[in-house]
Design a protein around this ligand. Sequence first.
Ligand SMILES: [Ca+2]
Length: 104
Amino acid sequence: MKVNLYAASGGTKTGSILQTKTTGTDGLYLFTGLLAGDYIVEIDKTSLKDTCAITTKQNTGSDDTKDSDFNPTTGLSQVVTLNPVFNPTTPTEILATNNLTVDA
Ligand SMILES: [Ca+2]
């Protein structure tokens, strides 16, 4: 399926699509070359296979890294804030800078 990246402002997507990626067979995708800021990811629902749908069980359970954050109606994620740290040293800074699995 395809996923679109938007900038976010005030909690909502803004402007036109910044990048589009097609998920791999493992379901993963990676947007690259991003600056610090707020972003929203959109699942392009028209790209879903006929047998697939976004789960209606959004934010279910206690582990946010394992649930679905996407709104099943709009296909939009929550706002994801990228806040990299120059020369990170602490585990929190390293995670903020190098985390390729920002959950959405
Ligand atoms: Ca989640």
